[in-house]
Design a protein around this ligand. Structure first.
Ligand code: GLN
Length: 476
């Protein structure tokens, strides 16, 4: 992992250390990446930005993320930079504007040094669906890093950057964070503007941070969250608590906290994951928290309804890639319909095609009521489960992934097995609630385990606070 945290780098640069040197070092590390985590390095743009920061600091300005090198997932737009969602169909496509989340981090002094690999259009849990080939897990390169933001997670785990951005539609930040041993958070739906994020499932997508520690994740979230006129689903909220968390010591606040857990979550876990969950529960009670059993009765349907809603929304969102306005256009087509069909057949990979077919089916006349509408109704019941649970507890603690990182190829040929690895992460997206993965122990092979803390809508600062407590308990 990065030698210095984002906050340490910012403090040094604000104190007169060179942002340019910091960024040059990160650029060199990004170029030397051996895990296929990095797709593109933005040498000139990053150095120009670093120089501007050095000038501003010399002039007496202070910036919360001064000179902090970051990597962004290949589905986030930055004006003038190629963005492909790791798909052949968008090869060579240059973004016309910058995503609000990225723009806000740059405004705070962060410098985008590289674009990180991902599953094609964020479809996957192992990073094996990228058109650029899989990312290797830096902890054990024979294993997957998780997905779909595997490159962003691996870039932080390998120490290339202290901070990166991913997107999470059904677990794509938390699951790779867990499998790579870093912190990863999906904020409440609406916390972070999605403007400039290549859409997957618009009612589920959120942008969030990867970091080496919880306070850095809080700082990053604090800087990029808030209302944005370009995203009508973004919320106007005051997140002062996050800033405080990013600088202060939040430990001690666990005293009196009600930590919920779901008994069914312990079933079917790799034994070491279950053991770490038990260790965390005990450590939390020792620190003064109370454990409260809660139930989420409709969670058992989460994977099923997610793969109806997410594929339906993905099929609609991906209909814009037709060879006309963006990316790849086939060289040989006699008619317009043939041009659409061939461009899409040539440009999309297998998993993207599978999702488009599933999504088109669930949205088609005659099936819509049975699938999409029904799934929305169950989704409402899931939201109610959460509301009832949070009447009894402050946060819910559970696993992120049923297993530690698996080997390449282990689940690729069996989509259902792959989809089931998202079993614990999907519910938070369906309910729009915040959830974080925080490293907590390892299995016998030394592969990292992450635990999940979920909270009620817009209780992002509480979720971060509990995660910071777990982080300290894990070290103790
Ligand atoms: N693994 C899930 C999927 O393939 C989640 C992906 C995501 O969150 N982007 O849909």
């Amino acid at each position: 992992m990065s030698r210095l945290s984002a906050r340490e780098i910012a403090a040094a640069v604000n104190g007169g250390a060179s942002a340019t040197k910091e960024v040059e070092a990160a650029l060199a590390r990004a170029k030397a990446d051996t895990n296929n985590a990095i797709l593109r390095v933005h040498h000139e743009r990053a150095l120009a930005a670093a120089k501007r920061i050095d000038v501003r600091i010399k002039a007496g300005e202070k910036l919360p993320l001064a000179g902090v090198p970051i990597a962004i997932k290949d589905n986030l737009c930055v004006e003038g930079i190629e963005v492909t969602a790791a798909s052949k169909i968008l090869k060579g496509y240059v973004a016309p504007y910058t995503a609000t989340a990225v723009q806000r981090l740059e405004h705070a002094g962060a410098v985008v040094v590289a674009t990180a690999n991902m599953d094609e259009f964020a479809f996957g849990s192992s990073n094996e669906t990228s058109a650029y080939g899989p990312v290797k897990n830096p902890i054990d390169p024979t294993r997957i890093p998780g997905g779909s933001s595997g490159g962003s997670a691996a870039a932080v785990a390998a120490g290339i950057v202290p901070l990166s951005l991913g997107s999470d539609t059904g677990g794509s930040i938390r699951q790779p964070a867990s499998l790579c041993g870093v912190v990863g958070m999906k904020p409440t739906y609406g916390m972070v503007s999605r403007y400039g994020l290549i859409a997957f499932g618009s009612s589920l997508d959120q942008i969030g941070p990867f970091a080496t520690n919880v306070a850095d994740a809080a700082l990053c979230l604090e800087r990029m969250s808030g209302w944005d006129q370009h995203d009508s689903t973004s919320a106007a909220r005051n997140h002062a608590g996050l800033a405080q968390l990013a600088s202060g010591n939040p430990f001690g606040t666990l005293n009196g906290l009600k930590v919920g857990y779901v008994a069914e979550h312990a079933k079917g876990l790799q034994s070491e994951v279950g053991a770490q969950l038990e260790r965390a529960k005990k450590a939390l009670t020792d620190a003064g928290a109370t454990l409260v059993p809660v139930s989420l009765p409709h969670e058992q349907y989460a994977v099923a309804i997610y793969y109806v809603l997410a594929t339906g929304e993905a099929a609609s969102n991906l209909s814009r890639f037709d060879g006309v306005r963006f990316g790849h256009r086939t060289a040989e087509a006699a008619t317009l319909p043939e041009m659409y069909a061939k461009s899409r057949a040539e440009g999309f990979g297998r998993e993207a095609k599978r999702r488009i077919m599933l999504g088109t089916y669930v949205l088609s006349t005659g099936y819509y009521d049975a699938y999409y509408k029904k799934a929305q109704q169950v989704r409402r019941l899931m939201c109610r489960d959460y509301e009832q649970a949070y009447a009894k507890c402050d946060v819910i603690l559970g696993p992120v992934s049923p297993t530690t990182a698996f080997k390449f190829g282990e689940k690729l040929s069996d989509p259902l097995q792959m989809y089931l690895s998202d079993i614990f992460t999907i519910a938070a997206n369906l309910a729009g609630v915040p959830a974080i993965s925080v490293p907590f122990g390892a299995d016998a092979k030394g592969l990292p385990i992450g635990l999940q803390v979920q909270g009620a809508q817009f209780a992002d600062d509480l979720v971060l606070r509990v995660a910071a407590g777990l982080e300290q308990l894990n070290r103790a």
